[in-house]
Ligand binder design. Structure first.
Ligand code: HEC
Ligand code: HEC
Length: 221
């Protein structure tokens, strides 16, 4: 090898290492440190699959798992929510009382970096394109409100009012919060994301119905 070729090779190796380091920190290095320093990890799991194997394990859980956060949330919503959190679940964690909890807030640079970190946590089973984004609103609404009665546990807006049960996370604003492809994956296998959780098993849904219900997310303002 000529000296010139060797130098080029060396330069390439050095710049790749530098780029490698830079992309690690972009993918969440700082955010991951803040997440730990702020004790977020006391209540949230950031690596999967879930280790919850019994109701007793589930009852000890202090907050929802975040190891698939990057596949579940929209980054813009997540950053805003962290800066100024409002209740998502209708009931207080692990209780049947209305949720009036104040969640820890994280704004500015820290909020941005933690958002980047959480958005880097992806789940391979959330397939891009799984939700039917072309679904017609009336058809999906019938599925959601009548055939499957999702709104028995998830609040939605209708006719200027908020309707529905509070035992699950609210779907008011779900359009901005959730990735519809995650909703499709969740419906087909909720036990993977929340083992022993209180969401009924809907894995019997046809792929077409699951995709339509997932697509309905984009109408939930
Ligand atoms: C004392 C336990 C606890 C701590 C500490 C905590 N959280 Fe939470 N977190 C919760 C609970 C409970 C919820 C559910 C709130 C709701 O549904 O309204 C939640 C919800 C969330 C959500 C939305 C998840 C979802 O699936 O809806 C995110 C994101 C989040 N927390 C991030 C953080 C970050 C970042 C920190 C550190 C600054 C943190 N949490 C600290 C208990 C905690
Ligand atoms: C018997 C009550 C109940 C019914 C009916 C129900 N869900 Fe749920 N669902 C829940 C609960 C409880 C959770 C929360 C799990 C948790 O706290 O992480 C949940 C979570 C979810 C999530 C994850 C969203 C998030 O913010 O964490 C999606 C998506 C979802 N449900 C969709 C549906 C759809 C679509 C239907 C109708 C086919 C439906 N659910 C019917 C109780 C229900």
């Amino acid at each position: 090898m000529s000296m010139k070729a060797f130098k080029l090779l060396l330069m390439g190796a050095v710049s790749m290492t530098v780029m490698g380091l830079a992309s690690t920190s972009l993918a969440g290095g700082e955010g991951e440190q803040t997440f730990k320093a702020k004790k977020c990890a006391d209540c949230h799991a950031t690596s999967g699959p879930s280790k919850i194997a019994s109701i007793e394990d589930w009852e000890k859980k202090k907050g929802p798992d975040l190891w698939f956060a990057g596949s579940k949330f929209n980054a813009e919503w997540l950053e805003k929510w962290l800066a100024s959190p409002t209740p998502i679940r209708g009931v207080k964690w692990n209780t049947l009382e209305p949720n009036t909890e104040k969640h820890a807030a994280l704004a500015g640079k820290e909020g941005h970096e933690v958002t980047e970190y959480l958005m880097s946590l992806k789940d391979k089973d959330v397939a891009a394109g799984a939700a039917n984004l072309g679904v017609a609103k009336p058809q999906a609404k019938i599925l959601f409100e009548k055939k499957q009665a999702c709104y028995a546990c998830h609040q939605v807006k209708g006719g200027g009012k908020t309707l529905g049960g509070i035992s699950g996370p609210t779907f008011v604003g779900a359009k901005d919060r959730l990735n519809p492809d995650f909703v499709a994956a969740y419906l087909k296998n909720s036990g993977k994301y929340d083992p022993k959780g209180k969401m009924p098993n809907f894995s019997y849904l046809t792929d077409a119905d699951a995709a339509a219900l997932a697509g309905y997310t984009k109408f939930l303002e």
